[in-house]
Design a protein around this ligand. Structure first.
Ligand code: GAL
Length: 318
């Protein structure tokens, strides 16, 4: 049993294999945290792990691979999971939400052709279980727009949003999804025009939404910024720095609320990419501090332990 984790070290699943869940997302369902992320090994695209304690991760399935079943839906999409050279495409930053209406697990992901970044599309897939074989429903450009780094966010009333970098990453688009999460319903915002925000991650604390994002420097880390708003389609604040000039050598993947008996802790889950050797990329988990003056901050710690019962994130080296 693993009782503490080291940020930036190689993390292993309960079978002793390296965890490949890059640019990922988590879903809490029936007592388990499901961790989805990019797995670019062999024929894989997206893998799923699960854990009860956020430290010991059981590999469950490669939920999207080059061999995944494809199925057309009402939206006109491109169903190809291989490019015209017969090579793998790129599926980046997969995010999964559970849809109460259809009882499906719905995955949205950034799609590129594996040769260059010219598709700038999103793609969707669904499954009846959180870790089943997902059925691929194809890629498309929402309202014809470019769509790259992305996230999904489900609000308390079940309304979901897809947020993605558009116009060659210059603007960050916020789309409200249809009730079944299978299409965009409206474009509710074009945030931070010309500010080139990537890797968006969103959370709500109390009545306030916070979004952390990075600047646009490929695999190289940069200074992350955050903003806040009282409603997703309302006015968002100006962007403010968070972390240090490389955000401790990380880029956001998502923000995870842990609801314990004593407190809710919000964890900044991030990737420490290795641009030279993608498979050597690592993970960094850090708690977010919500300060009295309304600001938020993250501080680095090397080793940590999470107690999901009381909701505490215990930094071991402070
Ligand atoms: C980053 C992006 C990653 C990946 C990478 C490729 O900016 O956040 O998801 O697309 O660029 O260079």
């Amino acid at each position: 049993m693993i009782s503490k984790l080291e940020n930036g070290a190689v993390w292993y699943d309960t079978n002793g294999n390296i965890i490949h869940a890059h640019g990922g997302h988590m879903l809490f369902k029936d007592g388990f945290y499901y961790w989805y992320g990019e797995n670019r090994t062999k024929d894989n695209y997206v893998s799923c792990y699960r854990s009860k304690d956020l430290m010991n991760w059981e590999f469950r399935n490669n939920i999207l691979t080059t061999d995944s079943k494809t199925e057309a839906i009402r939206i006109r999409t491109d169903l190809r999971l291989l490019n015209e050279l017969g090579g793998k495409v790129n599926l980046e930053r997969p995010k999964v939400l559970y849809n109460e209406l259809t009882q499906k697990y719905v995955l949205w992901v950034h799609y590129e052709n594996g040769i260059d970044y010219s598709c700038a599309a999103c793609a969707i897939a669904t499954s009846d279980s959180p870790d089943g074989d997902f059925v691929y429903h194809g890629s498309f450009n929402p309202y014809g727009y470019m769509s790259r780094d992305c996230t999904l966010y489900k609000d308390e009333d079940g309304t979901a949003y897809f947020i993605s970098a558009s116009r060659d990453n210059a603007d960050l688009h916020v789309y409200k999804l249809t009730e079944d999460y299978m299409n965009v319903e409206s474009l509710v915002h074009k945030l931070w025009q010309g500010e080139y925000r990537e890797a968006p991650a969103l959370v709500k604390k109390g009545q306030v939404y916070y979004m952390i994002s990075s600047f646009c420097t490929g695999w190289e880390p940069n200074q992350c910024k955050y903003a806040f708003a009282n409603s997703i389609d309302g006015r968002w604040s100006l962007l403010k720095n968070i972390g240090d000039e490389t955000t401790y050598c990380t880029q956001p993947a998502f923000i995870l609320p842990i609801e314990g008996d004593e407190q809710i802790t919000y964890i900044y889950v991030s990737d420490r990419w290795d641009g030279e050797n993608y498979h050597n990329s690592r993970y960094v988990f850090l708690p977010i501090d919500f300060n009295k003056d309304g600001s938020i901050s993250i501080n680095y710690c090397h080793e940590f332990e999470i107690n999901i019962n009381d909701g505490k994130f215990i930094a071991k080296d402070k």
